[in-house]
Design a binder for this molecule. Structure first.
Ligand SMILES: Cc1cc2nc3c(=O)[nH]c(=O)nc-3n(C[C@H](O)[C@H](O)[C@H](O)COP(=O)(O)OP(=O)(O)OC[C@H]3O[C@@H](n4cnc5c(N)ncnc54)[C@H](O)[C@@H]3O)c2cc1C
Length: 336
């Protein structure tokens, strides 16, 4: 760790309780650094989110599944498998083009959080001080300390190190004191995505559980209840619109989008549309389309004790986010 951070007493703030921020917090806490995570969502998890409705419906409406190529992340996933935090999704995944179904040849295991995608983030957050529902709106630099303020200008505390673990556009207003980091981060573009959630009282007569779709406004559809430990009494599906379609309708109403995507879903799977539950969610910053490929895994300014991490530093997937968060922790601890 840089000399100005005292392991036993220092307070370190992490803005962003997605998998990157929580992986970072988890590693720092394990090394004895006192950490606090701020997240504006109702619960931590970020884009690894699950919506449960009345304990009747459950939808992973952000990340669908993840894989592990890197040996260090693979080790983490094996440990989650052992403790039941994740399981392998054994659903049948296909390519679906104009009604034609082609088996997907990938043999790489697809992992999901259990009983919901966000369980992975809850596991990383256990024992860590997380303040959910708090949006950090401003960061000031006073006497070599980072002062965080919420949207009403109320102080959230002062810290001698700060990690910002959000998409670059959301980090912009927080890292004005580190312009060299900001200029690199803002090179990253992120695509948007509208997700639709649909529930039906009975199982749909559909031969697959997940499909990469071509020639449609929907680029992905998946049967959520084919994942382990979901609410199986109800048939819950998630669809994701393709980036171009989503970008062209960013400001459309949620209801209009839900209706339009439900109609398309009905055409794809050949069912008359009468869902028991229908809703849509807009991910303004969904997937990094021009991620960085940083050797360091994160951006860091040693002199200022400030760092940035997230999927966009290394790729556009969960694995990249976890690796970036752990790289930020490692950088801070200076154990490499
Ligand atoms: C629709 C969709 C489908 C996807 N599918 C897959 C998939 O199948 N496989 C896969 O591997 N990946 C997938 N991804 C990508 C994956 O979800 C991300 O790579 C990963 O979750 C990113 O984690 P992160 O911690 O970097 O960022 P995030 O999860 O975005 O976390 C950032 C956090 O910062 C918080 N925040 C932002 N600003 C502030 C602020 N000012 N104050 C406080 N908190 C703030 C947010 O609330 C959020 O919780 C998908 C993503 C989306 C959106």
């Amino acid at each position: 760790m840089s000399e100005s951070v005292d392991k036993s007493e220092s307070q370190l703030a992490i803005v962003g309780g997605g998998i990157a921020g929580l992986a970072c917090a988890n590693q720092l806490q394990a090394a004895g650094v006192s950490v606090i995570v701020f997240d504006k969502g109702r619960k931590p998890g970020g884009r690894m989110s699950t919506r449960r409705v009345d304990d009747k419906f459950s939808f992973d409406y952000g990340c669908q599944f993840f894989s592990a190529e890197d040996p260090i992340f693979d080790r983490q996933v094996k440990s989650w498998l052992d403790s039941g935090v994740v399981s392998v999704w054994r659903g049948s995944v296909v390519e679906f083009t104009d009604g034609q179904v082609i088996e997907n040849s990938s043999t790489r295991p697809r992992y999901v959080g259990v009983p919901k995608m966000a369980s992975v983030c809850s596991d990383l957050a256990s024992g860590i001080k997380v303040r959910s529902g708090v949006e950090v709106n401003e960061v000031r630099r006073i006497d070599d300390m980072w002062h965080l303020l919420d949207d009403s200008g109320t102080s959230l505390g002062q810290f001698n190190a700060l990690i910002v673990a959000t998409p670059p556009a959301q980090a912009e207003k927080l890292i004005t004191h580190a312009p060299s980091l900001l200029s690199v981060a803002l090179r990253v573009r992120m695509s948007s995505c509208w997700s639709v959630m649909l529930a039906f009282p009975e199982r749909l007569d559909c031969s697959f559980d997940g499909a990469v779709v071509q020639n449609s406004s929907l680029s992905w559809i998946a049967r959520n209840n084919s994942k382990a430990s979901r609410i199986v009494a109800t048939e819950c599906w998630v669809g994701q619109a393709n980036p171009e379609w989503s970008a062209n309708r960013l400001d459309a109403s949620r209801d209009a989008i839900a209706a339009e995507l439900a109609h398309e879903f009905g055409k794809l799977v050949g069912v008359a549309m009468n869902p028991e539950y229908l809703s849509a969610h807009r991910w303004k910053y969904a997937i990094p389309s021009t991620p960085l490929d940083l050797d360091t895994g994160c951006l860091f300014d040693d002199a200022l004790n400030i760092g940035l991490c997230g999927d966009w530093c290394l790729g556009n997937r969960v694995e990249a986010a976890w690796l970036s968060g752990t790289a930020a922790a490692t950088r801070l601890l200076k154990i490499r």
